[in-house]
Structure formats: structure tokens, C-alpha cells
Design a protein around this ligand. Sequence first.
Ligand code: IFM
Length: 472
Amino acid sequence: MQPFPNNFLWGAATAAYQVEGAHDVDGKGPSIWDIYSHQPGTTYQGTNGDVAADHYHRMEEDVALMAELGMSSYRFSIAWARIFPEGRGKVNAAGVDFYNRLIDTLLSYNIQPMITLYHWDLPQRLQDEGGWESRATAEAFAEYAMTCFLAFSDRVSLWSTFNETVVFIGHGYITGLHPPGVNSPARALQACHHVFVAHAKAVAAFRQMQCDGNIRGKGMIGFVNVLQPHTPASTMSEDQKATRIADGIYTHWLYDPVLKGEYPKELLEIAQLTLGAPEFVKGDEKLLKENICDFIGLNYYKREMVAANPQQSTFEMNTSGQSNSAGEFGFKDLFKFVRNPEGEYTDWDWEIYPQGLTEGIMQIKARYGDIPIYITENGLGYKDPIIDGKIIDDARIDYLSRHLQAIADAIAQGADVRGFYPWSFIDLLSWLNGYQKQYGFVYIDRHDYLKRKKKKSFDWYQRVIQSNGTIL
Ligand code: IFM
């Protein structure tokens, strides 16, 4: 049996703020990342996405490289502030035009676009009006989503609403390391709820437009989450329990609303009791219930080992200090992530554990049924060795090859995995880490006018695609 189906999509992924550059060109408005990264001390050596990979100006060259690589699909995100410089209201025609050209260029090479509507770059204007803590942002998102569906869905059939809620909400509202730099679990849960509301509204609009015939073709809409399986650090019952709590918070809280249309009941009760959040308005339950995803996108990089931790909360959901007695998810004895003494780790201390991808996919299938799955990100963040002018990224080849094998194992066990989008197509801005953390198949020489160079992994992935994954 061949490891991957014939129509399997061989892709790669990027995100607007990380590749496009041209941050203030052709009418684009500022996003929260444009503003935040310009504040001293927020990012590694003050790096920002003003230029990034300059993909906005070099799009044709980049897509030609994608075609040379043999990609059958490309996952990218739209910069909301390029379409609506102020978040809503007047559309910026030049922004729409850029994505029209990108989509048309991809299609001219038979590369199927997969669009993410939100990869963290909220228009600053909406942040000034309350950001995700304001319900009005969910309304604005629905308007933005509908505008994109109308403009592009005659040629685009794969859509996802959001990328990695756990990261932009977790860092935006709990650790405070991402914009808007807040430290409040209650505010995090409210903002997160509005993201789910925004998602459901966009899905409802997508389906309505399909019914009305405004969207041509079949079209599927989904959500992209971090897939982070948890393993107990020991066989002790405390660690097992801690692992169930971690699953509840990192997985069930973030997947259930978009795949089951409801929150995990027990956790929700505890959160509302201890933090007073999230608050719902009438109709929210129905909205979530009626608008679950067509597919789920999984971004897998690592698993976490979990141990009990009576003192400290990882997700900081118990900072109210109030006690509660609402069942086994009592936030008073939360958990901590611990290092696996036998583990293999990246330079950024992420455990390399390919088997976790198989395990995670199978956990998703067990909880949510036969939902179509795309692996929307997976890759090695690494400082690539340059030897005699060549980028010899053997470690990346090894990483991706083992993770592809893990996907093949999940498919053999019955999972409906339909595509693979390694992160990333090209080296790009790694948010707080600047440009030092490289992920791409294509290197960018930042000392030579952003010249593109193919890495060793480029040739390897090309062969993988040509063989439909039989050579890994
Ligand atoms: O760069 C990020 C991306 O934006 C979201 N997923 C993880 C990547 C690597 O850290």
C-alpha cells in the first residue's frame, strides 16, 4: 500500500506578517504587530516585519520556486489591514489586487491556494477599539471574511479562519509577550470566546454564500490549532491527572468549540466560577453549535511531558486565588511541563518527538470522529549551517522525514489526513525570535539584497513530492 493517497496535497506554509514586508505600501493600514515590533525591547534585537522576505514585491519569483519544488498547494494568510486598512469599512483595492495576483499566479502553476484569514495581525485600529476583548471585533472579522470569500472563493476552495488561538491569545493576554501585552486570564478567556464567535460567524457566512451560489465550487472551511499531545511524566496518579488537565486546557478548550460546537462543560463551569469568564450573549451556544468546521488544520512541532504541580499554574487560570470544588479540573492543583530526560531537543528547547504526531492525530480522531485533517504546519526551527556557500540543513531533512513517516502511520491507522504543509516555504520572520530561527526550504541572504537560495532540504522535498511520499 502506498503511504499517501494519490490526491494528497504537498504544500508549504507562510503567514503574511512573516513574509510579505511592504508594511505600509499601497494603502495597507498598520497591524498590531507593525506597532508592537517597533516598541523597544519587544523583539529579538528590535527585528520587525517591515521588509520580512519582501514577498509582496517578489511574489512571482517565489511562486516560480514553489512550482519548481513541485508543491500542489500553498498555505498563506491574508493581511487583514491590507484589505481593510482600518479593520472594517472601506476596502483597499490594491490589497485585494495583490491577493488576486498571488492566487492567479499559483493557479497558473496548478498550485492550490489554502487561505488563512487570521494569522495574528489584527488591524491596529480594531485593537484601539478593544481588540478581541470587544465583540465588535468578531463582527468586523465576519465582514472581512465575507469580503475575502466574495473576492477570492471563485478560485480558492480551502479556507481557515484562525491560526493557533493558544498562541495569540495565550501570549497576547496571559504571558503578555505578544500584542496587546496583557496579563489577565479572565480577559484571555473573553478574547478567546470572541475568536470562537468570529469563527462561527464567518463559517455561517461562508455556508450562506454557498447556498446563495455566491461561492463557486465545493469549498471547505476550517480552523487551525496547535496540536500538542501531552504525556504524563510518570505513572503516578498525580501526573496522570495533571496530564488530563493539560489536555482539557490546551486541547479540549480550543478544539471543542469549533469541532463540537460547545465548550468542555466542566472546564467552562470552573472558569466562569473562578474567573467570571467567558461571558456569553444570548444565541452564542446556538451559533457555535450550528457552525462547526469542515476540516481541522493541525500545527505540530512538539509534545509536552506533564507533571503535577501544586504550587504553580502553567496556564495561570487560577490566579484569582479563589478555591473551587468543581471536579477533577480544580485549577488549584494544576500542572507543569517538564523536560524529558531522554528527549531530543531543538536549539529552542522544543522536544523532537515524531511519534507524537501520530498519537496526536489519533487522539483528535478518537475525540472528534472522522474529520478531514490537514497538517498545516510542521518544521524545524534551526540556525542552518552554511558550508562553502551551500545551506546544508540535514537536521531539517531528518526532522521532516520522520514526521512524514508519522503521518503515514496515522493514515495507515485510518486517519483522514489530506495534506502536508511544512513550515515554512521560505525563511521568514519568526516573531519574537527575529530572523535567526530559520524554517524554510529557501534561504534568504539578508546581506545580499534578500537573494533566494535553495537549501539541501529543497531538493529533498522535491524528490519526496515527485515520489508522492514513497521516498522519505
Ligand atoms: O512562526 C510560527 C508560526 O507563525 C505559527 N506556528 C509556529 C511557527 C514557528 O514558531
